[in-house]
Design a protein around this ligand. Sequence first.
Ligand code: FAD
Length: 350
Amino acid sequence: MAPALSVRIKGGGVAAACCQTLLTQANVAFRREPAPRPKVPAVMLSPATQSLLTDVFGRRDLLDGLHLVRRRMVTWGSGDLVALPHSAVVVSEEELLLRLAAATPAGEVIGEGDGSSDGLTATWTIQASGSMSGAAPLRDFGSRPATAAQVKLTAAADSQACSMEAVTDGWLFLVPSGGETAWLLAAGGPVETLLSQSRQISPQIDRVIANGGSFPSHPRIAESLCAAGDGGAPGFLACGSAAIAFDPLCGDGTGHAVREAILACAIARAQQLQTAPDDLLWEYRLRLWSGFKRHLEHCHEFYSTGGSSDWWKAQCAAIEEGLRWMATQRSPIPLGRYRLNGFSLERSAT
Ligand SMILES: Cc1cc2nc3c(=O)[nH]c(=O)nc-3n(C[C@H](O)[C@H](O)[C@H](O)COP(=O)(O)OP(=O)(O)OC[C@H]3O[C@@H](n4cnc5c(N)ncnc54)[C@H](O)[C@@H]3O)c2cc1C
């Protein structure tokens, strides 16, 4: 008989919240170890991510009342302004986590305390925070700090449109958060310098209200995404930004964090079904590599067309290095041996 399953979830973000809910729904005992860290001031959730979250938490009203973004306005490279339809919601990470916590059912929680010497014998550790002990080192492709600033919009600004603009030395991303305010993300240089180079976003901003901190925004991936348990040591699965961090300009980090949590929990639970873990772990790596490769390709489209200054060339070179590194990753099995059925993994028919 397979041993009773217990999972240590390390992290305080969206991925960890999803793991807690999914394990609770599957009656798996867990221990959650969050860590305080700065919160991202505003995240925009695509329709696909909204559905994933409402499915995982089983609450249609989970994201009700959030500010809607209906248009995406893009000025990129030498091109003119392009207006595209959009259907996203905007929420601060703090509010999103509060909503997820309120929607999380009570589960079987093991132990209390700080998690360092609690005697918990977990079958798996799900590492859902890159800044906590036990996280695998990340392989960085570039270095691109983005600063966030809360801004007041001018009366003429469209509060239901987000705006992306490539400028000479970087990019700006304006995300309206409701009323007269918005969050401005800037990568490549100080906000004031990039705004002085801006044609599209600068006229929408009345003034900067507050500084919202600085966050890394370049793509990165954990050197080790997962490992089987060994000699009593628990198996290890990295998910969320402890596994892959996405460039917020062209990535859907929250959606990926939810998908990775679904997969990580499905793999941890597959042990209950006495499935050999090796193939499943390769499936996990392959799925995450494939998502990261798609993200690098998407980034390449943006950074190869954004501008011709040294900054743009350096970003492009770092992404190309990532694509070359991805091409060296090898697996003994092909992708797709398993498929997700709801929140469970099962062997594909072929
Ligand atoms: C500036 C910024 C804007 C973003 N905008 C969007 C968006 O619009 N839509 C979207 O889907 N995703 C966005 N993301 C990505 C999204 O926040 C993460 O992918 C998601 O929260 C990962 O969840 P997690 O559970 O893995 O969280 P965690 O691993 O706990 O981390 C959550 C976020 O906080 C950051 N973080 C963690 N620790 C620190 C620290 N010590 N210092 C600074 N930052 C830290 C991480 O880089 C990560 O982005 C953005 C990320 C950043 C940094």
